[in-house]
Design a binder for this molecule. Structure first.
Ligand code: AMP
Length: 361
């Protein structure tokens, strides 16, 4: 079975590595000659709007999938003309635009922050009155890892924020004073069967994920999260892995955003779940039976941002697993991760402290 992947970053790379034992073949399409998935699969070096190369990938593949959600709509359409494409185009289109995304959350009864669209400085002033301050100003499209967003604390900051971000459509959303952040990783197969990984606790700094820990034992929250995930999967007629990020406020979930792909907060599943998110995404899009999403032991995943701790020092830590993505080191870039795994959760904090001391960034 042949899988084409649009986008050749670390998510594509880990999909490929998970797919080899299943006997799958891969090609990845990415504009960068040094796309890191190109080290493990044949790379079609191409822009995402190059119809010839997209058609070549689609003609070769049994199924085409993505390692990022900002695939141009036209590219998804070209692929769909010649191949089976999952997740569905609509899920990509919605996840690309915070307005469409938030509108869908409200429609499905999934609590989301109050928001207002902003297309001018006057609208920003109106929105600040309606939403209240503090609030977060975000670009509607192409934001990730906290890029394209700014927290506004008082009216004096509105003009400079508008100048920094206002060249493109924006939304202003309520600042959520959250107790913690969690994510749900859900998967739906071609036949409509679903499975959910245990709830993940996530810690961000400067808008970027730093640490994920799973499973988070919080049964009521988990049920809320699974219920919301199920609504999204059904409404989108989704196939593949869907990640949904939430804030926890007053003991309940408030949704932040969704990603129609495998997700950084699911990297722990490589060691910490019976079937990894990467393998289950592949199983889902190929119409194969889904694997168990049950956690095996306890996991903590630390991102390597800009740099990776020294390999030998990580490997000297009992239970630590090292994942380098084969990417050039650059400040602010995700270049690898380390997962600490244990059968006894009580042993994680000491190992984590040691790893955190080794991890810069
Ligand atoms: P995003 O790119 O929207 O996922 O935002 C990245 C991170 O910024 C989130 O994981 C939060 O830590 C923080 N953040 C985003 N939106 C809000 C909000 N409305 N209220 C509080 N924190 C937020």
């Amino acid at each position: 079975m042949k899988v084409g992947i649009v986008g050749g970053g670390q998510l594509a790379r880990m999909l490929v590595l998970a797919g080899y034992p299943l006997g799958l073949e891969f090609r990845v399409l990415d504009p960068a000659a040094d796309a890191c998935a190109g080290q493990v699969a044949r790379l079609i070096q191409s822009h995402y709007d190059d119809e010839v190369h997209l058609a070549e990938l689609a003609a070769w593949a049994d199924v085409v999938t993505f390692d990022f959600e900002n695939v141009p709509a036209a590219a998804a359409r070209i692929l769909a003309q010649q191949s089976v494409v999952y997740p569905p185009e609509e899920a990509l289109a919605i996840a690309q635009d915070r307005l469409l995304e938030k509108t869908l959350f409200w429609e499905l009864g999934i609590p989301a922050p109050t928001f207002s669209t902003v297309d001018s400085l006057e609208e920003l002033h109106d929105a600040a009155l309606r939403v209240g301050l503090p609030a977060v100003l975000k670009t509607r499209r192409l934001g990730y890892d906290g890029k394209g967003q700014q927290v506004l604390h008082n009216a004096a900051e509105l003009e400079s924020a508008w100048e920094a971000l206002g060249a493109v459509p924006l939304i202003l959303e309520e600042f959520v004073p959250f107790e913690r952040e969690v994510s749900v990783l859900a998967v739906r197969g071609r036949g409509g069967e679903t499975a959910f990984y245990p709830l993940v606790d996530n810690q961000h700094r400067d808008g970027m994920l730093r640490l994920s820990q799973a499973p988070l034992t919080a049964p009521a929250l988990e049920q809320e999260g699974f219920d919301y995930a199920r609504r999204l999967l059904e409404r989108l007629n989704y196939v593949g892995l869907l990640a949904i990020e939430f804030f926890v406020k007053d003991g309940h979930l408030v949704v932040n955003e969704m990603a129609p792909r495998v997700h950084n907060s699911g990297h722990w599943t490589l060691e910490g779940a019976e079937t990894s998110q990467f393998e289950n995404h592949l199983r889902a899009i190929l119409g194969l039976p889904l694997g168990s999403t049950a956690a095996v032991g306890y996991s903590a995943m630390l991102n390597g941002i800009g740099d990776l701790p020294e390999r030998a020092a990580v490997l000297a830590t009992p239970g630590a697993h090292y994942h380098a993505y084969g990417k050039a080191l650059r400040p602010g870039r995700k270049v690898g991760h380390v997962t600490l795994w244990a059968t006894d959760p009580g042993s994680l904090p000491a190992g984590l402290e040691r790893l955190q001391a080794l991890t810069t960034g």
